[in-house]
Design a protein around this ligand. Structure first.
Ligand code: MG
Length: 170
């Protein structure tokens, strides 16, 4: 019954995703959530984030940030990254996932999504038909409405992990 919320993939961190391999598999664009996906909530881009975007560019990936946060926060993160971005994105609405693909010149067959929230990030990506990767949130200190969603996420992930154990790992 929770299957419809399952992410396509689950990683301990954005920084362990094998982007080179995914590019080889045909993916050409990556849409990223920012907070708790690339950096802790509200933090500017750190060295690790900057290196990731340089790496993505070298691989040949187009990228776009989509955040439900306001412009000031997104701009601040993007200052030293200099990629495309969409703020106030209203995830899980699919509208801005589509806009991000338009900006990158990709479509749902060759776009990846990476985010830390199941019911906003991943749910929107799933309904947009985009291959989605859920990552473990970077920072445990979160707003109360997120804490409640985390509880529900844990329930879904419990069943997801149970299902993963039943099939051979890849
Ligand atoms: Mg997030």
């Amino acid at each position: 019954m929770f299957d419809r919320f399952f992410p396509d993939d689950y990683k301990m961190s954005t920084y362990v995703i094998p982007f080179e391999q995914l590019y080889e598999e045909g993916y050409k664009g990556v849409i990223f959530d920012i907070d708790n996906t690339l950096v802790p909530h509200g933090a500017p881009a750190d060295d690790r984030a900057k290196k990731l975007f340089t790496r993505l560019e070298n691989i040949g990936f187009a990228s776009c940030l989509i955040s439900n946060n306001q412009e000031a926060r997104v701009k601040m993160f993007n200052e030293e990254i200099q990629t495309n971005y969409i703020y106030n994105a209203h995830k899980p609405s699919t509208k801005n996932y589509k806009k991000a693909m338009e900006i990158m010149g990709t479509d749902e067959t060759n776009t990846l999504f990476v985010g830390d929230q199941l019911f906003t990030d991943v749910w929107g990506a799933k309904r947009s038909g985009i291959h989605n990767i859920l990552v473990k949130p970077m920072h445990p200190k979160e707003e109360i409405q997120i804490v409640l969603k985390r509880y529900l996420e844990r329930v879904v992930l419990h069943f997801y992990k149970k299902k993963q154990k039943k099939r051979p790992s890849r």
